[in-house]
Write a protein that binds this ligand. Sequence first.
Ligand code: CA
Length: 252
Amino acid sequence: MSDNPPVILVIEDDPPIRRFLRTSLVNHDYQVLEAETGKAALALAAQQPPDLVILDLGLPDVDGLEIIARLREWTAVPIVIVSARGQEKDKVAALDAGADDYLTKPFGVGELLARIRVALRRAASLAGAKGPEAALFRVGELSLDLAARRVFLAGGEIHLTPIEYRLLTTLARHAGKVLTHRFLLKEVWGVAYAEQAHYLRIFMANLRRKIESDPARPRYATSSPSKASATAWPRSDPASKARPRRGRDSRP
Ligand code: CA
């Protein structure tokens, strides 16, 4: 079993359905976050970015379609809709807004779990850029298995917190590029945290203690000498002068 079980954010205002979802997911070793309103959900997603979102379209404050659009401003997290709205036009609107899948209530838990697995597999393979082999990432003595969500240093497994894991995989996915602290804060913590540079300093220091043999002279995640507010991975990559990747929120 992975040390980093996927985190699923359940956005559902109906208490019995929320309880049912939580129980089903926890029984299958997922970590579950819950929100019963759209506003709470958006705040929670920014604070603790989940690996997958289960979204009920009929919420008391913000319409589900609006939630999809707001999440898509900054994250590509898989979104699975569970809705009582079963008409084709509702499904088309949700999928066009950026949802990944759509289940009509009532649904069986087996089908929901299968669709979650599909969405997570697809996200893991996208994270690895080019399919399952690319989901294995190695540099020096450090290796990341993105599909299994496990990290090894010199053959031994190392244990990271969910935020440390997300920070490491974000760095690894953009290997060879200089990433601004603003970009990392948005990718790892969410768009609301873009200016919280102290978060990054603290978590980067913790991460270095775990993955670097000499944290004072990091091999893997180095501060860019030309730009005090940027980090590159890995240090020796000749392409490290590349421009930072544009955040998803800055696309035209
Ligand atoms: Ca509802």
